[in-house]
Design a protein around this ligand. Structure first.
Ligand code: IMP
Ligand code: MG
Length: 180
């Protein structure tokens, strides 16, 4: 379906695919160094973190398990509704495991604040967060992010898994949406 051109938003590249890959290799090296031997359970937050999870997992040299969780506080708008919903729960038991939550972006912090409480109740050995992007200016709930890819300004971004109403997830770069 084509939209009238006057409605097409402009996309400006903020982070190239190459910059993203370089940073992911650095994060993976740090994670490999930080964790003791044993299996790390990577928990991918769908859908936005799917490409970050797949690149991060392959950059890690340690033993990992993968699991997926659907969680949303968004609806179709651009800012959080404040309401968090688990749309798909984990298959794995997390009790006694080292858990690393893999998320695309921390914005208000509502989603990850909720998720941290939820997973801690399941008694993992440890639980930490890796987020590719962080918008610190937008924080409304405290969240400790152990591994941050890039801090970015308060601008809406798409690509590399991130969407605007489900569009643009497959862009290889991360772009800012500039409304006409
Ligand atoms: P939070 O609960 O407000 O921290 O929202 C986190 C979720 O909102 C992320 O997992 C994203 O799915 C979504 N989100 C936040 N900022 C952006 C953005 O700039 N572009 C696309 N999605 C975003
Ligand atoms: Mg998300």
């Amino acid at each position: 379906m084509t939209e009238p051109t006057h409605m097409a938003p402009k996309l400006r590249v903020l982070l190239t695919a190459e910059q993203i890959q370089t940073r992911i290799r650095e994060l993976a090296a740090q994670i490999d160094a930080d964790y003791p031997e044993g299996t790390l359970l990577l928990v991918c937050i769908l859908k936005g973190a799917c490409f970050f999870l797949s690149d991060l997992a392959r950059a890690l040299k340690r033993d990992v398990r993968l699991d997926f969780m659907g969680i949303s506080s968004y609806g179709m708008g651009k800012s959080t509704s404040g309401e968090v919903k688990v749309t798909k729960d984990l298959d794995a038991t997390v009790e006694g495991s080292d858990v690393l939550i893999v998320e695309d972006i921390v914005d208000s912090g509502v989603t990850l604040n909720y998720l941290m409480h939820l997973l801690k109740q399941r008694r993992p050995r440890s639980v930490h967060i890796a987020a590719l992007l962080d918008k610190p200016q937008r924080r409304r709930r405290p969240v400790h992010v152990s591994y941050v890819g890039f801090q970015i300004p308060d601008q809406f971004v798409v690509g590399y898994g991130l969407d605007d109403a489900e569009r643009y997830r497959n862009l290889p770069d991360i772009c800012v949406v500039e409304e006409e």
